[in-house]
Design a protein around this ligand. Structure first.
Ligand code: AMP
Length: 194
């Protein structure tokens, strides 16, 4: 059973094609604030990133953004956060977000979200952390991602228990029970040659 006080959200710098994504993101932010769960995220004011930060702030919650200097203009660094950390690189941003969080939520997003999601999933596979990772599969958006992980296992490139590295839920309300119940990463590490 994991107790998550700071939840790192990985999500799109766009809002996506379906208004369901925005609605679910707002609901998640409201629920986080009600639980006193701090949001750690990429610091932008655009897309689902901005939607989530705004929802947590509007509901009285605490939000820490982490953004690299060069993205301050592009992703419009959010100006109303509890704290905004500016890093020198994308890699530093991910490391700081990782260090400040004890749980991760993957919302709908694009290629940047995929990069961040796979980093955090593979770090868990390597035993570098044991934090819960929840995939919010709203509107079945992440079905291809879940199928891809299944295909990797089927193809013999990952242990069967690699599927347990993430917990998949289809609504914001289901995120919190899933964070609490997430199984610890299997030991020894799932990558066979290590
Ligand atoms: P996206 O899902 O592409 O809208 O991007 C979501 C977040 O991921 C944004 O804050 C991007 O700056 C970030 N991002 C984009 N590309 C990368 C990358 N290669 N590594 C890490 N983060 C990235």
């Amino acid at each position: 059973m994991a107790e998550v006080r700071a939840l790192c959200a990985l999500c799109g710098s766009r809002e996506g094609a379906d208004s369901l994504y925005r609605e679910a993101t707002i609901r998640l932010g409201v629920l986080m604030a009600a639980r006193g769960m701090q949001l750690v995220y990429g610091g932008g004011a655009v897309g689902l990133m901005g939607v989530l930060a705004d929802a947590v702030i509007a509901a009285g919650g605490r939000v820490v953004g982490v953004i690299p200097d060069f993205l301050m203009q592009k992703e419009v660094g959010h100006r109303r956060l509890s704290d905004l950390l500016i890093t020198g690189s994308m890699q530093d941003r991910k490391t700081r977000m990782f260090e400040m969080s004890d749980g991760f939520i993957i919302l709908p997003g694009g290629l940047g979200t995929l990069d961040e999601a796979f980093e955090i999933i593979t770090w868990k596979q390597l035993g570098l952390h044991d934090a819960p990772i929840v995939v919010l599969n709203v509107g079945s958006y992440w079905d291809p991602l879940i199928a891809l992980i299944g295909g990797v296992i089927q193809g013999g490139f990952a242990n069967r228990s690699a599927a347990d590295l993430v917990t998949v839920v289809d609504s914001p309300d289901a995120v919190f029970p899933a964070l609490e119940a997430a199984p610890p990463a299997a030991r020894p590490v799932l990558t066979s040659h290590l």
